[in-house]
Design a protein around this ligand. Sequence first.
Ligand SMILES: *Cc1c(COP(=O)(O)O)cnc(C)c1O
Length: 424
Amino acid sequence: MNTKRSEELFKKSLEKIPGGVNSPVRAFRAVGRNPLFIDHAAGDRITDVDGNEFIDYVCSWGPGILGHAHPQVIRGVKAACDKGLTYGAPTENELILADMICEAMPSVEKVRLVSSGTEAVMSAIRVARGYTGRDYILKFKGNYHGHSDGLLVKAGSAALTTAVPDSSGVPASYTQNTLVALYNDKESVRELMEKYGEQVAAIIVEPVAANMGVVLPEDGFLEYLRKITEEYGALLIFDEVITGFRLGYGGAQEYFGIRPDMTTMGKIVGGGMPMAAYGGRRDIMDMVSPVGPVYQAGTLSGNPIATTAGIETLKILKAHPEYYSQIEEKAEKIAAALKERGRRTGIPVSVNQIGSLLCAFFTDRHVGDYDSATSSDLKAYAEYFGHMLENGVYVAPSQYEAMFVSAAHSDEDIERTCQVILEA
Ligand SMILES: *Cc1c(COP(=O)(O)O)cnc(C)c1O
């Protein structure tokens, strides 16, 4: 594979951009390679600056559920551009998208548009704290909620301690109100709630954890979170930045039949543009300025181009409910190939898959939490990644990211992907 131009661009980028990238995982460090610079993408294919073409399963880390450059989305965006890029005043688009979100997720009665998933989560937590008058939040080890200070935490040595920062530059005082429990471990939640429950504003969870690879919630886990938050008067926040409009049009809350108090969305809702949203019960959302005392604002929030991309994407998904079962079937085929590869090679592999999200862990353990996820052999993953890439399949350059299947993945390309997996 010729990567001359990518190498040149990366070398120059290293001089002007930290690590040469604008988001760390793009740097390919976890797989010991240099990143490919992308020139263009369409459907399920992505092409780098040296002309190498790949079947893409990163899909921009989640937004690309329709694949790249869907003609209807691109047409809408181009038309919207002709009307100006931003006004800083309300538009009908914002109302249309808000209506679509509330209809898709009935737990969301009012919604605010923001510009990134990080911003959506940060804002939702502020609102939860304002609404409950409490300071603590409880999150789960291995769940990712963006890079706001209070959420960049690692668990303390004992589960019953508050968190310590997981990044330089975050004062310890910013994370002292963050509690960390273990995913799929009700007992760890119960212990923390028994100790701090009356002071907990919200439990925030990725209903399907998709930032430590893909880890499914065990039966009863999400139900338990619903119950214990009600018991203690805390709010339940579903971070559906990945699962929203992906597990189904109504997200994980529809899939599992659980009604959270608040929801954060991103990725798909922006249709490939920088947009995200948070919303929830009317009485909670009415805490937000200018109605209520919780301040939250954004110069480019609800941007007309971004809302257009979001609206067109959701329109297509809504008109094609069959896409969800189709992409699930495609993901199942890939999962089956990954398992078959394990059988043939004797290299242990544990495959988690739900809907169009999947992940192969190179471990003989069932992966149901952070500790089992991190038992994966990262060297084996790096080798798998290299084999896939050299054979025209672009998967996440990190063990701890999901493989995203889109409606644009053709049957032939799924076949081809399975073949490459089996050759590995
Ligand atoms: C990607 C992601 C975020 C952060 O979104 P950004 O747009 O990258 O800031 C938050 N929560 C979850 C679950 C995510 O996957």
